[in-house]
Design a binder for this molecule. Structure first.
Ligand SMILES: Cc1cc2nc3c(=O)[nH]c(=O)nc-3n(C[C@H](O)[C@H](O)[C@H](O)COP(=O)(O)OP(=O)(O)OC[C@H]3O[C@@H](n4cnc5c(N)ncnc54)[C@H](O)[C@@H]3O)c2cc1C
Length: 315
């Protein structure tokens, strides 16, 4: 935990930047992650405009306090011990505006809502994103994609805050977007806004594509439970889901976490799982597949935060 003295001081300084309702103390992150996993953040900050984000970054630098950026938590697992320092959530920055064939979306907007907004204006290009449960910021971070489309195809510009708290407008090329990666983690950018270039299309055609993709997802993925999507990367020459299926792991559970019976590549939080249980299931899958097929499954999802502290032993 950050020291009490610092904690009060930093809390007060945060209140000088944004209003009290935007600074939560000891906030459970499982309330803010799609996986519904994660212990407490010391300070959970939800800025309401770009200047506040810049000021929080500058404060964290000045005071040497760690800060962690959270999107919708649909591609990461926060451990049960939570996260020390400041956790920044941009969920209050979620405006979506359309200008001709362009959509400007703030980073906390759900990428699903951006694709619905494109549909409403009969703009084509973002159909692929209609079932990805992340934010705009999280989608740029990993160049999210599905069914042959990806962010790289439609992004033309972005507004970010750099490590020094400075606002930059970058062209899409400057993010080095590639298969499920970007240079955002390396550069330490905080995405504030994404600008998409779409094309005029036919409402009915766009809707038909989105309905089809939604149907394909709903029939294959266990969307009725919280999860972090596909847990593992595709190992060269294999399919992770098939290896897991052939290892008879579907339905195996530890506590409230279970290898999905519907899609072997998913681990679901079926019944109030802890992050420890969820991670134990990931490790069980990795161990078993390694023993049976000599294939190492690499995680696609990130694990962040700290383990729960063991209670002190009494002699
Ligand atoms: C059911 C399900 C289906 C999924 N299907 C797909 C799919 O088809 N295709 C696909 O690509 N992904 C898929 N995913 C994974 C996930 O939804 C995407 O990776 C999504 O882009 C993550 O966004 P997020 O806001 O949840 O990010 P988080 O999980 O919160 O964060 C992921 C990373 O992004 C960083 N980040 C978040 N916001 C910002 C920001 N504003 N600026 C800079 N960095 C930021 C975080 O710090 C973190 O390192 C799926 C997940 C689930 C649960």
């Amino acid at each position: 935990m950050i020291r009490l003295g610092n904690y009060h001081q930093i809390y007060q300084k945060l209140l000088a930047i944004t209003s009290e309702e935007n600074v939560m103390v000891n906030e459970y992150l499982k309330n803010h992650t799609y996986t519904q996993l994660g212990g407490k953040a010391d300070l959970f900050v939800t800025p309401t405009n770009y200047e506040e984000v810049q000021e929080v970054v500058k404060l964290a630098n000045r005071e040497d306090v760690a800060f962690t950026l959270l999107g919708n938590g649909s591609n990461l697992i926060v451990k049960d011990g939570g996260i020390r320092g400041i956790v920044l959530s941009l969920k209050r920055l979620k405006d979506i505006t359309t200008e001709d064939e362009r959509i400007i979306a703030q980073s906390g907007a759900a990428i699903i809502d951006v694709s619905r907004s494109a549909l409403a204006d009969a703009l084509t290009g973002l159909e692929f994103a209609c079932g990805i449960p992340g934010t705009v910021g999280g989608a740029l971070f990993m160049n999210a994609g599905a069914y042959g489309g990806e962010i790289k195809d439609v992004l033309y510009e972005t507004v970010v805050v750099d490590r020094n708290g400075e606002l930059l407008t970058l062209s899409a090329d400057e993010l080095d977007l590639d298969y499920r990666t970007s240079n955002i983690p390396e550069k330490g950018y905080i995405v504030l806004e994404a600008r998409f270039q779409l094309k005029n299309g036919e409402y009915d055609e766009i809707k038909a594509v989105m309905d089809d993709l939604t149907h394909r997802r709903e029939s294959k993925q266990p969307l009725e439970y919280p999860s972090c999507g596909s847990v593992f990367k595709r190992p060269p020459g294999y399919f992770a889901g098939k290896l897991i299926q052939d290892s008879n792991l579907q339905g195996k559970s530890i506590g409230g976490a279970e290898v999905s019976t519907k899609h072997a590549g998913f681990i679901v939080n079926k019944n109030n799982a802890t992050a420890t249980e969820y991670i134990s299931v990931i490790e069980l899958v990795q161990r078993t597949v390694k023993e049976k097929f000599a294939v190492s499954l690499e995680r696609e999802v990130k694990i962040i935060g700290e383990d729960m502290e063991e209670p002190a032993k009494v002699d």
